[in-house]
Structures are given as C-alpha cells and as structure tokens.
Design a protein. Structure first.
Length: 499
C-alpha cells in the first residue's frame, strides 16, 4: 500500500511541477526560461517533483484515513458535489474550464497539450484531494476551539498548510489563465473578463454614462475619441505659438524646395479630427473655448507667410457630410466615403502635373451597409450592433499585382502602427512612383492611391532627415505626407535629426 501511495504522490508531484514549469514563465514574463540548459531544467523538475511528492504523500495518507470514516465520506461527497457544480457553472457561462477542447491547444504545440492534460488531472484529482484535506484541517481546528462539537477519528494535518493554500490558488488560477498570459495584462486575459466588461459597459451605457477610458459617448450613438489631446483640439485650447508656426512653415518650404529641385511633387494632407467635421454630436458640456484651432492657425499662417500650402480637406468633407456619413460613428477614423473625398482631392491636385491620372468616381463603387470601424465601442466594451455605417466596394478590376508588408532596418522614424512599411506594385509600369509618410488615417487611402502609381511605398513614420535617404532609394515622383489633425504637433519634428 505504501508503494502505491508513494507512486501516486510522485505522479501528482510530477504533474504539478510540469504544470508550473510550463505556465510560470508566461505568467511572470520569464520568456527565456526554456532557453536554460537542459541539465538545469531537469534539476528544477526533479527538485520540484521531490518536494511536491513528499507533500502529496502526506496529503494522500490523510485523505485515505478520512474516507474510511462516515463523516469523512459525507464531507468528501459534499465537496465533490459542490466542485462539479462549480465546473458546470464555468461551462455554462462559457468561461475557461477543464472541459475546453484539447484541439484549441494544438496551436501551442506539445507544451499546450501537456498543459491541458495537467489541467484536467489537477482539476479532477489533485484539487479535490487538497480541498478535502484543508476542510479536514479546519474541522479539527474547530473541534479544538469548540470542544462540544465532537468529531470522531480526527487526524491532525501535519504538513505546511500555507503551501497547500498556494497549490489551491495556483490550481484554481489555471481555470482562468492561458499560456499567453503575463502578470502585466492579467486584467485583460483573466477568464470571463471580456464577458464581465461587456455587461458592465452595457449597464453603464444604458444608465446614461458617457465617459469611458478613451471614449466619450456623445449623442445618437455617436462616439468620440478623447485620447491624444483630441478634446483639446476641439475646444481649441492648445494653440501653436508664433514660433511654432514659423518653424513648421519653414520646414515645409525647405522640404518642398528640396523635392522640387529633384522634380518631385510634394502633397501634405491633414485629415480633420472627427469632432471638427461633426461638432453637432458633441455634448454641450464640452464647449469650444478658443477662437482658432491649430489647423486654422496653420492654414491662416500659410496664406500670409508660406510658399508651400497644405491641403485643407475640411470644406469638401463638410459638404460631403450633408449627403453621406464620412466618419465612422463608433470609430476614430473616417469611413470609406471620407477616405474617398481625400483620395479624390489628392488625385485632382496632381492632374496639372500628371494629366493621365484620373480618379475613380463614386459610380465605380457599390455601397454596402456595415458597422465599420468599431474601435471606440470596443474599447468601452459596448455592443457593436449600435454602430451604423456604409462601406464602398470597388466595381473596377484592381491593377495592383503585388503587395508587401515589411519593417525597415533601423526604423526610418517613430512607429505608429504595424506593419511599418507597405509596398504595392501596379501592372502599369509607366505610372509615376509614390512615397508616402502616413498615420492610421491612410489605411483607407492606400488601396485607392495604389491604383495610380507603378510603385507605392507607405511608411508609418515622421519624415525626419532620413527622408533624403528614402528619396534616393525609392526615387519617387510624388511624396505625400499625411498626418491627422490631432497629430499636428509632429509637424514640428519634420526634417530634424532622428537622434
């Protein structure tokens, strides 16, 4: 009998140790753990197994002795019943549980399958035994405190209870943790967190709450991005100084002069903030306080002092907004209609230099209903069904024959999104070449622009002094710089040294 108990304890110890070795590096962000020499890993496994087996052997003996008594059997049956109900609850609520199919772990390789196997054994064998032992210990402690409460055949728990508590917590935590979790984002990956956040967000929204982490719920299911000083832009309370305007215009004139000397056309596009085009949806509690936005200042300064002029998209977007919704109601960016207006204006501005470049018209697209970009309601954990928008599906045959996503060595400048670089190739090699510096608003532009350039290179980067290198490498005929209104402060960094 002793040999069987020792064997079972050894197996349980090995399972718990293996589970900990697989899971702990992810939980505590120790991603180099499995790069340790094999001898070190073997020593860790053997040491952990030995300690755990010694503890489990004592726990199993207590368990066997207790289930020989009537009170122990009743206690164990009650415990198992509650535990099974707990597991069924997790299953019905679709929370992470031991019933999760093993197939979902194949993508994680052998460690994922081992981890799931350990989960099942721990949840159905080891945890019930440990919980039983703890309850026995508590029962015996109550007997000491309350002598009148007689308990037959009480057996003291003669091993470290704190270690058992750690094992119980670790075992239960495995319900809610996956191999991809680490301690820094546990709040976003703990089992059921999304479900709970969605319920909480919907209740708040139903009760009229408007303020979320980076989202403002405005009027008529219209959501506003509040990050990156967007509200300051709307209220016009962060103006440029005269020196800022002079520096920005000087850099734009310098860049335009350099590119013109090489026969390259420069276009600078500033997509307006969503609040700029749709101020009517903003709540009255957030009034406009200033007289001029930073974009107003820049456009006004150029009229009097600048050689180069940026493209002001606001008049056309405001006009188009009377017929179509040009920004996503539940997202940060313009929708396909807004991107189309910008694309059309860019192409029209190039007709003087490239008469053969004719933009597509709205009749070249089919309009489809969709929720569109929902990043703002997603960040607030709200229901996407309240989102309404339209997308444009091209009816024409695309001329783009290749598209490559890449990250340049050394990073041309500050990263905005991934991939940092996109290159497209057109079937017509006689078309001009494009180099574009952009932020996320160009996601809706790139597909359309690529139809008119033999090669288009899109960099999610600020054009620092490395632009000279980029121009020599890519040999563009047109350079477009696109940064949204809330990123206008980046214009102060144009053409400066990256260091």
């Amino acid at each position: 009998m002793k040999k069987y108990i020792a064997g079972i304890a050894l197996g349980c110890g090995a399972i718990v140790t293996l589970d900990g070795m697989i899971r702990s590096p992810y939980i505590f962000n120790m991603h180099g753990f499995w790069n340790y020499p094999r001898l070190v890993l073997i020593i860790i496994f053997l040491a952990g197994t030995t300690i755990a087996a010694w503890l489990f052997e004592k726990g199993i003996r207590i368990f066997i002795n207790q289930v020989k008594t009537r009170s122990g059997v009743r206690l164990y049956i009650g415990l198992i019943s509650l535990y099974i109900l707990f597991l069924i609850m997790l299953l019905l609520l679709r929370l992470p549980n031991p019933f999760t199919l093993l197939s979902s772990f194949w993508i994680q390789g052998e460690r994922g399958v081992l981890l799931k196997t350990c989960d099942i054994l721990i949840h159905f064998i080891i945890i019930p035994v440990i919980l039983f032992d703890i309850l026995v210990s508590l029962r015996d402690r109550i007997k000491i405190i309350i002598p009148r409460w007689s308990v037959s055949e009480a057996i003291p728990l003669n091993y470290n209870r704190s270690f058992i508590a750690v094992l119980v917590v670790a075992g239960l935590a495995s319900f809610f943790m996956s191999p991809g979790i680490n301690i820094s984002n546990m709040g976003n990956t703990i089992g059921g967190s999304n479900w709970l956040k969605e319920i909480y967000g919907r209740v708040r929204y139903a009760l009229g709450d408007q303020i979320y982490e980076i989202t403002l719920a405005a009027r008529e299911h219209w959501f506003v991005y509040t990050g990156e000083d967007s509200l300051d832009d709307y209220q016009k309370i962060q103006p440029f100084t005269p020196q800022d305007l002079a520096d920005i215009q000087g850099r734009l004139d310098q860049l335009s002069g350099f590119l013109t000397s090489k026969g390259i056309r420069l276009i600078v596009v500033i997509p307006p903030n969503k609040n700029t085009i749709y101020p009517q949806f903003m709540p009255p509690q957030i009034p406009i306080l200033g007289s001029q936005s930073r974009l107003d200042q820049l456009i006004g300064y150029e009229k009097d002092h600048g050689k180069f002029k940026v493209m002001d998209l606001r008049p056309d977007l405001l006009q188009a907004g009377k017929k179509f919704q040009t920004y996503y109601s539940c997202g940060t960016h313009w929708n396909d209609f807004g991107a189309f207006i910008a694309y059309h204006d860019i192409m029209v501005s190039m007709e003087e230099y490239y008469p053969k470049l004719k933009p597509h018209e709205l009749s070249d697209y089919r309009i489809v209903n969709s929720p569109g970009d929902t990043d703002l309601v997603d960040s607030a954990h709200l229901d996407r069904s309240i989102c309404k928008s339209n997308d444009l599906v091209p009816l024409y045959q695309s001329q783009v024959i290749a598209e490559q996503h890449w990250t340049p060595i050394g990073d041309t400048a500050w990263n905005f999104n991934t991939p940092m670089g996109i290159t497209t190739v057109n079937a017509d090699s006689t078309l001009p070449r494009l180099l574009m510096y952009r932020d996320s608003f160009a996601n809706g532009l790139a597909q359309e622009l690529s139809e008119h350039f033999s090669q288009a290179v899109y960099l999610s980067a600020v054009p620092t002094n490395e632009l000279y290198y980029d121009v020599d490498i890519e040999k563009p005929d047109v350079v477009i710089i696109e940064f949204t209104e809330r990123n206008l402060f980046l214009f102060k960094w144009f053409m400066i040294s990256r260091n």
